[in-house]
Design a protein around this ligand. Structure first.
Ligand SMILES: [Zn+2]
Length: 102
């Protein structure tokens, strides 16, 4: 099983995901703002390219759910204290997404 945390690109909320080992793509809907999220689960660090609006962080399969939940809550507290991210990047990314949403 693969598991870890992902962050909604729209409202910046972190969520826990658990998928089958062969799953490469995450397809979720944010329970907070309803944003449809599609992301590739990629364990390679330091990937360059366009800034990722959706963040996916994988954790080892043996990590207990309570630990994931603890980290999720800690991260959700963390981003609320920080100033807004680059609004231009966010806006252009959102437009791109809306094209792909059925
Ligand atoms: Zn959201």
């Amino acid at each position: 099983m693969k598991q870890g945390l992902w962050q909604c690109g729209q409202c910046r909320q972190w969520w826990i995901y658990k998928v089958q080992p062969h799953t490469e793509r995450l397809n979720r809907e944010c329970l907070r703002c309803g944003q449809r999220v599609r992301a590739t689960i990629d364990r390679r660090p330091g990937r360059r390219g366009r800034p990722a609006t959706v963040r996916v962080e994988q954790r080892p399969s043996y990590t207990p759910h309570s630990a994931l939940e603890h980290e999720r809550q800690a991260r959700n507290k963390h981003w609320r204290r920080r100033p807004a991210i680059d609004e231009f990047t966010r806006a252009s990314k959102l437009e791109e997404w809306q094209v792909g949403i059925e």
